[in-house]
Ligand binder design. Structure first.
Ligand code: ARG
Length: 580
């Protein structure tokens, strides 16, 4: 709903009530048949069954009540019972004024809840890859949207730092650096290695573990020792974590993605004993093939849900264990109403198991709603998850450099100082990358097509930055005319009316985006707003207009469009540029 549909729903609802019908049938929404009216109510059709009456008759009764309403320039009924409403232009202007005067531009705040959003989820010691890109971009956007809707949001990166990958890297380091082999854990240790070394060693170790059982067992044992804070491995781990997080922070910084908490799997460690005791005491933990597991299948399941693995035969804990322990930690520390996990769809089973186990063992307060907010993959032109030309997994930092490089080419012709050009290239590149992702419903896979993402036409980030910079340039040229004191005048064209109406619908995008945890609703809105602005703009001559009240109104309209575009883009984590 938005300020207009809220009001119309009340008016039409009252008309239903006056005629003896339930007022809830007055729900009135933006019409998808603009030729018939700007707004539409389908309540007569919906109520026909309850009242055993012809919907057309109901609609006509309601119509007689609405006909003389002073807000409407037209209200009509069409078969089989739709009520169509068009507002007087002065009324549109009144609404526009209230949006313009509202600090939140008509975005309606919800009752505030505490929400933990788990996104990013990179693994330390492994390079960030494009799979982590979506989680970061989508999670960060959901966080911003939830905040503007009035919620208290805690964004947690949930580093992957306590699993087998750590054991693998640590085993590999021992083999690469003989000095480490002899280190007994006494005293501090300085690891004189770079990130490139780590990035090389992890894949090497991972490959080895698949071929070499002895190595695999050793890595697994090291993981177990690490989890028990064996001084040698724990100290080494701290060094790796430091190195890795410094680098991660750099990548997220370029992306413009922020986290409130940099907690990791390892931070759940202090809750693991409590978790296991609780599972044991409730008789839920049992041995299966040497491992300790909990059953989470239910009788009416239509697909198999395997037991959750809590402990390996060597005592090491696993991914589900850290997620369960983290749930206990989040409940205690944050007392949340919701926890959202912005994680690849392919981890659906993992979360299903974890959530079921948490409920079955009553690990967290019943009131907490836990949800896996899944997303699809970013695919290459072969329809498979995006890879490098050599077929390897592309590192996120390489992807970002490639995108910015291409953006640099695109804006080469601009005749500005090099610093400004560099800033524009970065912003255009990041906008292309983020918008190319967020315009798609998160649950779906999408095709990574850099040329299309970077285009200045169509549903792209650069098109939107270009639109904002176009408005800036007009406002800049209009500096000599002051328009702060101007009033909006009634729309002078269909394009202008459309643009004004679009501005009034801002809240719908936020409502949908927040409800579905789906930023694409905002992305769609911002594109439509920009497109309707551009249509209006090509058909009007703003600066050359001599009538001061028209010119002032238009400039004021431009300022409002710009503010709302920028606000919406910031919800997608996209920074604009002054000019380009
Ligand atoms: N580190 C994991 C991965 O790379 C993602 C973590 C997602 N969050 C969670 N609470 N499990 O696959």
């Amino acid at each position: 709903m938005n300020i207009v549909t809220n009001k119309l729903t009340k008016i039409v609802g009252a008309a239903f009530k006056k005629n003896g019908y339930n007022e809830n049938y007055g729900l009135t929404l933006v019409s998808n048949r603009r030729d018939l009216g700007q707004f539409q109510c389908n309540g007569a059709l919906a109520s026909a069954k309850e009242y055993k009456k012809n919907p057309l008759d109901i609609a006509n009764e309601v119509l007689s009540e609405l006909k003389d309403n002073e807000l409407f320039s037209d209200v009509n009924v069409v078969r089989p019972g739709f009520i169509n409403i068009t507002l007087k232009d002065e009324v549109i202007v009144d609404f526009l004024n209230s949006i313009d005067e509202d600090n939140n531009y008509g975005i309606i705040k919800d009752e505030s809840k505490t929400i933990v959003i788990d996104y990013g989820g990179p693994n330390i010691a492994k390079p960030l890859h494009v799979g982590h890109l979506r989680s970061a971009i989508i999670g960060d956007s959901i966080k911003r949207i939830a905040r503007i809707k009035g919620h208290h949001v805690i964004g947690d990166i949930h580093l992957g730092d306590w699993g087998l990958q750590m054991g693998l890297v640590l085993a590999q380091i021992e083999d690469e650096l003989p000095s480490i082999k002899d280190y007994d854990g006494k005293g501090e240790i300085e690891l004189n290695v770079g990130l490139d070394d780590l990035n090389e060693w992890y894949p090497k170790a991972s490959k080895r573990s698949k071929e070499d059982e002895v190595f695999r067992d050793r890595a697994s044992l090291i993981t177990f020792k690490l989890q028990n804070k064996d001084p040698k491995y724990y100290n080494l781990w701290k060094e790796i974590a430091k190195l890795s997080t410094t680098d991660l922070k750099k990548s997220y910084d370029i992306l413009g993605v922020e986290f409130d908490k940099w907690l990791g799997e390892s931070d759940s460690d202090e809750y693991v004993d409590e978790l296991i005791t609780s599972l044991e005491e409730q008789g839920l933990l049992y041995e299966s093939d040497g491992a300790m597991v909990v059953d989470v299948a239910k009788e009416d399941d239509d697909h198999t849900i395997p037991p959750v693995l809590i402990k390996k035969s060597n005592g090491g804990i696993l991914y589900p264990t850290t997620d369960l322990a983290t749930l206990i930690q989040r409940d205690r520390d944050f007392n949340p109403d919701y926890i959202y996990y912005v994680v690849d769809n392919r981890q659906g089973m993992h979360f299903e198991q974890v959530f079921r186990c948490a409920r079955k063992a009553n690990l967290i307060d019943d009131k907490i709603i836990i949800e896996h907010v899944g997303f699809g993959t970013m695919n290459g032109s072969d329809g498979k998850p995006y890879k490098t030309r050599q077929g390897g997994i592309l590192k996120l930092s390489d992807l970002i450099s490639t995108v910015i490089e291409s953006a640099r080419d695109k804006i080469q012709h601009l005749d500005y100082e090099s610093d400004e050009k560099e800033l524009i290239a970065k912003r255009v590149g990041i906008a292309a990358l983020k918008f190319g992702d967020l315009i798609n419903f998160r649950g779906k896979d999408y095709l990574f097509d850099l040329d299309r993402f970077l285009s200045f036409e169509g549903k792209t980030g650069p098109y939107l930055l270009y639109t904002v910079s176009r408005i800036n340039s007009i406002l800049d040229k209009a500096k000599e005319f002051s328009f702060e004191e101007s009033d909006f005048i009634t729309p002078q064209s269909e394009e202008e009316r459309d643009l004004m109406l679009n501005l009034l619908f801002i809240n719908d995008a936020f409502e949908n985006a927040f409800r579905e945890k789906a930023p694409n609703f905002i992305a769609d809105y911002v594109y439509n707003l920009a497109a309707s602005f551009n249509k209006f703009y090509v058909n009007s001559r703003i600066l050359a207009e001599e009538d001061e009240s028209k010119r002032g109104s238009w400039l004021k309209l431009l300022q409002l469009v710009k503010n709302i575009l920028e606000l919406q883009l910031s919800m997608l984590g996209i920074d604009t540029v002054t000019r380009m």
